[in-house]
Design a protein around this ligand. Structure first.
Ligand SMILES: CCCCCCCC/C=C\C/C=C/C(=O)SCCNC(=O)CCNC(=O)[C@H](O)C(C)(C)COP(=O)(O)OP(=O)(O)OC[C@H]1O[C@@H](n2cnc3c(N)ncnc32)[C@H](O)[C@@H]1OP(=O)(O)O
Ligand SMILES: Cc1cc2nc3c(=O)[nH]c(=O)nc-3n(C[C@H](O)[C@H](O)[C@H](O)COP(=O)(O)OP(=O)(O)OC[C@H]3O[C@@H](n4cnc5c(N)ncnc54)[C@H](O)[C@@H]3O)c2cc1C
Length: 664
């Protein structure tokens, strides 16, 4: 018999002003896509082979083993089911089987295979790709070292070409040159793409990718000269064996250097790539994907917190009245609704980012590498902004669930632990924002010289003027808000450029001037990325998949996202009087009014994300809202409750208590 729905959640759903299915269809690309998403998720969630005890109740070794077993089953079942499309795989494997928790094949699919495909020549792909695609070998992406992650040119691992034998000799010359962090490296991978400094005839050519076997294909033992292992427990990522790796005079054949873009000829002649940054292509790809990871993780956290906030009743708002749902407290809405709006904003931004990525890659494949800087700048900015907002949002959602948010039963700690490193991996966020800033400074200087700019920065050529004093403006109007964001970004770019110039004029060299201006440079890059996100969100509101009710509710969310950003960064908008104190006051009033209008639609808006219970993995965020009975059931399953009296009682507590009693 189907469990009864919590009456509060039932009422919420009945009271919504729109049909969530309309928005679900928009989010996933139409009804057919939604149907196949649901079928694949449900196939994975109901497969007895994928059932196991809650990961939170397991040791790290058990978690690794469980995720490894499932990873192998996924590969087999994916083949049987004929799942090849990336979105289908995301539904079946990433969400359905793994509930977005990391596993031991994660780096094989997210970086090893894409690097082989993107950096290998046709001959190299013929040699390794099939083996890798068929999981005859398993690989990872080994770049970061104990001493250097950010500064790629500072990597210490060397790959020295020996023309006599036509081999590269791999060495780890120092302790800090030990590869450290690569996912799935410690225990799982038998191959890796190794980023190492290329040396030919004593000359350094910078980091290049090499295909390296690290473990025996017979007994999985490390090959001679290779030292490899797991780096130990981490904040999260327990199912992943992030590892360390050292080389001592390991020789690999010349054609193990991935040579699609740069080459080393048998005699040691180096053939330059069209751009040295093409070797960093896999990172750009994953950064583009992380925008999706961030939006999805934030969407899950807000789903849990908003549903629970409708089930949870607390305090007396009016004496003698029933306790209200905590979502009726406007302060609770102010915690959660801006992040609900941000989750939507980033889902749409991630779809655009993926589109831009594939469009740019098509151009790069046909030889046009001019799109690379814009792609790098956009993906760096959006990856950083989205993962920062995701981190802040998940933590806010946890606190908004009160004490129960702190329990693993809520599901929120796992989401946080698993996804918070997105602000660090694939390029630390501040560092990447500074990359975006670099591009903005170049574009700004080009615009000063009257050059034509790429689409995403074209606005830098014509800054919106500050309107005349005393004017009135409707800051609820999305057109007005987009112009305000554009003006703010252009102004902050302009001011950062001025600051750089002033620092130079005061006698600093370029690196010192850059460092001195870097807080403002990051601010400018953030403002540029936020402008992109707001404009992109507004652009989605006219999608024909939406009926007028769904369009109305998404418009409110978009307004809330934009207005909340204005109030949160009011100084930026006020500094040059582009917005006035009255505008900001109005913005705050509009936010309150929007939250009141969004309140009846909050549950339907998170339902539209369409996460089934098995994927949310949260007692607090259950679709049926039957939180309390399942909290008790969940706690009873905890390993500490397997017996009424724990064995430690006999070992420690009993003698301690008895001795104390004997003294009385
Ligand atoms: C829903 C699915 C989600 C999937 C999620 C998958 C999750 C997987 C989980 C974890 C995996 C994690 C993997 C890793 O972390 S791999 C390691 C990642 N490491 C990094 O990202 C290192 C970051 N550092 C760098 O990228 C660089 O060193 C740098 C960008 C900070 C600086 O580069 P450097 O070589 O020192 O260059 P310069 O500063 O001298 O710049 C030169 C020039 O080139 C431009 N540039 C730099 N990088 C790129 C690039 N990738 N593409 C294009 N252009 C680039 C740079 O801006 C300069 O330009 P200029 O100003 O015009 O000269
Ligand atoms: C869960 C996880 C999985 C990972 N998986 C992989 C993997 O599969 N393969 C792999 O190769 N690596 C992997 N990494 C490593 C990851 O890519 C690096 O940790 C990341 O690139 C950051 O580099 P770092 O650790 O050297 O940080 P650091 O650069 O040491 O950062 C420390 C601080 O210094 C600041 N800083 C550094 N440089 C600058 C600068 N130029 N300007 C201003 N501030 C600066 C940063 O902003 C930060 O605040 C993983 C990391 C984690 C946490």
């Amino acid at each position: 018999m189907a469990a009864k729905m919590n009456p509060d959640l039932k009422k919420e759903r009945e009271g919504a002003s729109f049909d969530p299915e309309k928005i679900t269809n928009l989010l996933y690309g139409g009804p057919d896509r939604v149907t196949s998403k649901r079928e694949l998720e449900s196939l994975a969630l109901n497969d007895p082979d994928f059932q196991h005890e809650d990961l939170n109740f397991m040791s790290r070794e058990q978690q690794y083993e469980t995720q490894l077993k499932k990873s192998i089953l996924v590969v087999q079942k994916q083949k049987e089911l004929g799942i090849v499309d990336q979105m289908d795989l995301h539904s079946y494997s990433y969400n359905g089987v793994f509930q977005s928790m990391s596993g031991p094949f994660g780096l094989h699919t997210s970086m090893f295979l894409p690097t082989l495909r993107g950096q290998g020549t046709d001959e190299q792909k013929a040699k390794w790709l099939k083996m890798a695609e068929e999981y005859a070998i398993i690989g990872t992406y080994a770049q970061t070292e104990m001493g250097h992650g950010t500064f790629l040119r500072g990597l210490e691992t060397t790959s020295t070409y020996d023309p006599q034998t036509q081999e590269f000799i791999l060495n780890t010359p120092t302790l800090t040159g030990t590869k450290w962090w690569p996912g799935c490296l410690g225990k799982t991978s038998n191959y890796c793409v190794l980023m190492a400094q290329l040396y030919i005839h004593g000359k350094s050519y910078g980091p290049h990718p090499f295909m390296v076997q690290i473990r025996s294909l017979q007994d999985h033992k490390p090959l001679p000269g290779v030292t490899v292992g797991d780096i130990g427990p981490k904040f999260g990522y327990q199912g992943n064996d992030n590892g360390f790796l050292r080389f001592d005079n390991v020789r690999i054949p010349r054609d193990n250097m991935l040579m699609k873009y740069s080459r080393v000829e048998p005699d040691g002649t180096y053939v330059k790539p069209p751009s040295s940054k093409l070797a960093y292509g896999t990172m750009v790809r994953v950064r583009s994907m992380i925008v999706g990871e961030a939006s999805e993780s934030l969407s899950k956290a807000v789903t849990i917190a908003i549903r629970y906030s409708c089930v949870r009743r607390q305090s007396e708002m009016k004496p003698g009245h029933p306790e209200p749902q905590v979502l009726d407290y406007v302060t609770q809405q102010y915690k959660l609704f801006p992040f609900l709006a941000a989750a939507y904003a980033f889902v749409f931004a991630s779809r655009t980012m993926i589109f831009v990525y594939f469009q740019s890659m098509a151009k790069i494949s046909s030889g046009d590498i001019t799109v690379l800087p814009e792609l790098h700048a956009l993906s760096s900015g959006l990856k950083s902004l989205s993962s920062w907002v995701m981190n802040a949002g998940i933590e806010e959602c946890r606190m908004a669930c009160g004490g129960h948010g702190y329990s693993h039963a809520s599901g929120i700690p796992s989401i946080y632990m698993e996804h918070t490193p997105a602000a660090t991996y694939e390029g630390e966020n501040t560092v990447l924002m500074l990359q975006t800033a670099r591009y903005l400074m170049k574009s700004y200087n080009q615009s000063m010289q009257g050059e034509k700019l790429a689409d995403s920065v074209a606005y830098l050529s014509g800054v919106q003027p500050v309107p005349a004093a005393g004017r009135t403006r409707n800051v609820l109007d999305l057109g007005v808000l987009i112009e305000a964001y554009q003006h703010r970004a252009a102004r902050l770019v302009h001011e950062a450029a001025l600051q750089l110039r002033n620092e130079r004029q005061a006698g600093k060299d370029q690196p010192d001037a850059w460092n001195a201006a870097s807080v403002d440079l990051v601010k400018a890059a953030k403002a540029h990325s936020q402008y992109f996100v707001v404009k992109n969100f507004a652009g989605r509101l006219t999608d024909p998949a939406l009926d007028s009710a769904a369009q109305a509710v998404l418009t409110r969310l978009c307004q809330l996202y934009a207005l909340h950003g204005v109030v949160d960064n009011s100084g930026d908008f006020l500094e040059d009087d582009y917005l006035t104190g009255t505008d900001i006051r109005q913005a705050r009033r509009h936010i309150n009014a929007l939250m009141a209008k969004l309140r009846p639609d909050a549950v339907a808006l998170v339902d539209a994300f369409d996460f089934p219970d098995g994927i949310l993995n949260s007692v607090l965020g259950r679709y049926d809202g039957n939180v309390y009975e399942h909290l008790l059931e969940w706690a009873k399953a905890s390993p500490l409750n397997k017996t009424d009296v724990h064995e430690s009682y006999h070992k420690y507590l009993k003698p301690f208590l008895e001795a104390n009693r004997a003294k009385l």
